[in-house]
Design a protein around this ligand. Structure first.
Ligand code: SF4
Length: 452
């Protein structure tokens, strides 16, 4: 699997595929000036790749042209080129997923992007009521041409087989085999993904049945015959069926947007590492992390050498430490993405100190009207970890000692203060306190934290 983050550049798209829940009319193009923060967050969350997602040929729409001119880009290719450079500067391998792209775009982006996703269709579905009735730029021929042009531009690519969108079983199977014969030997092909149709409310094909599990399984079997040495994956929403799919030939999980969630199917949570491990325990499969780029043709590229080296170091350090800490911003105390968490924001006061203000509500009481001791411990623990991680580290608690001096009333505004006090090799020490509005100390803690 690849620890991945996704940035949606725009949901605007020239096409109107009948199954698409991603496209949103009039969605603006994200200004380049905002992308840096997204990439920095992803890098902090330990992603090794940034997938840049956009609708197909969105640059044909007037508001996207205005966005390009705002960013002083003469083309969408130039905009993507700059976005890729920004991701690489932050240690992320840029990967592009923007539908069928032009030969010029592929040539422009090949030196700076790690890889591109190429959608593959098994049938022309352009009749009334069919998936591509209003998507004339989505044809079998266009996928085929994009593979040829990516190869000529020496641009690594992943094949995304869109299955169950209206093609017959025979068409689907023969397409997978046909593409195996066409490009399984191409050194620029990195991996294969089987993407089954999933009906989504609000789309033209919302009332069509999803592709049956047997058909998904046989698509994977076909893919493992057609691409015997390539990683073959499915999207994360098939998580609960991974063990059975492994029996059919699934051998990889590829990009898992653990850091950002999946913007294409947001209602399906991306499984955490622990969930994946638990799920895979009943199989002989081993979960390991890899980079987006696998073949020498993909990794030996001068402009990307630095970012590939950095990403490789990240993965190796995680493997060596035995810990695989991912910050997906869902921490119970401070994660803004955890709807059931406290969502407390710590501010840095200086290099060694962080502080936060909070008013505990009645949901967090132990005895009537008194803040629960477990919550107090969590606050103190977080204050210490936060001040250490503010120095660019990710740590786990190995030792925690808490002293409760006074009961903390529910509804009382408190200040939570964490201070880093030192370190011995990769073990850091810190202390923390909780202060009442008059400055008196209500609880204190000391702790030791190991770098992950
Ligand atoms: S090309 Fe992609 S983004 Fe556009 S409508 Fe089709 S599936 Fe959606």
């Amino acid at each position: 699997m690849i620890v991945s983050g996704t940035v949606v550049l725009t949901r605007s798209c020239r096409e109107e595929c009948g199954y698409c829940s991603f496209r949103k009319n009039g969605d603006p193009l994200i200004p380049l000036s905002r992308l840096g923060d997204f990439f920095s967050e992803m890098a902090k969350g330990k992603a090794t790749e940034a997938v840049l997602v956009a609708g197909q040929a969105s640059y044909e729409l007037p508001h996207i042209l205005m966005g390009l001119s705002r960013d002083k880009c003469t083309s969408f290719g130039e905009y993507l080129h700059q976005a890729c450079r920004m991701a690489a500067e932050r240690g992320l391998i840029p990967v592009i997923n923007a539908g069928i792209m032009t030969p010029l775009e592929l040539r422009t982006l090949a030196p700076v992007a790690g890889a591109v996703h190429i959608p593959v269709l098994s049938a022309e579905l352009e009749g009334p009521g069919q998936a591509h009735f209003k998507a004339r730029g989505r044809t079998k021929a266009s996928s085929h041409e994009m593979i040829e042009k990516a190869h000529q531009a020496e641009f690594p690519y992943r094949l995304d087989f869109l299955v169950g969108i209206g093609e017959t079983e025979v068409e689907r199977a023969s397409t997978i085999l046909e593409y195996g014969a066409f490009c399984a030997a191409d050194p620029f092909l990195q991996d294969i993904r089987i993407i089954p149709f999933q009906p989504t409310p609000g789309t033209v094909m919302h009332d069509r049945p999803p592709l049956s599990f047997d058909s998904i399984r046989s698509s994977i079997e076909q893919a493992s015959k057609a691409f015997p040495v390539h990683p073959i994956s499915v999207p994360a929403h098939l998580f609960s069926r991974f063990p059975e799919l492994i029996e059919a030939g699934l051998n990889d999980l590829s990009s898992l947007p653990m850091v950002t969630g999946d913007p294409v199917l947001p209602t399906f949570p991306v499984p955490s590492l622990e969930m994946l491990r638990t799920r895979l325990v009943e199989t002989d499969a081993t979960l390991y992390e890899r980079l987006s780029l696998l073949t020498p043709a993909a990794t030996n590229r001068s402009e990307l050498a630095k970012v590939i080296g950095k990403a490789r170091d990240k993965v190796q350090a995680r493997v060596a430490s035995g810990l695989n800490l991912l910050d997906n911003r869902a921490c119970f105390v401070c994660g803004e993405h955890n709807p059931h968490g406290l969502q407390i924001t710590f501010q840095r006061r200086d290099e060694n100190t962080s502080a936060a203000n909070w008013v505990p509500g009645p949901a967090f009481q132990g005895y009537a009207g008194i803040l629960h001791g477990g919550i107090i411990s969590a606050l103190l623990d977080e204050a210490m970890a936060n001040t250490i991680s503010g120095n660019g580290l990710q740590v786990v608690t190995v030792d925690l000692r808490v002293r409760f001096h006074h009961p903390i009333p529910v509804g009382c505004p408190i200040t939570i203060l964490g201070t880093r006090t030192g370190n011995h090799a990769r073990i850091h020490s810190a202390r923390a306190s909780i202060l009442a509005p008059n400055g008196s100390v209500m609880a204190e803690a000391e702790g030791r934290f190991a770098e992950g």
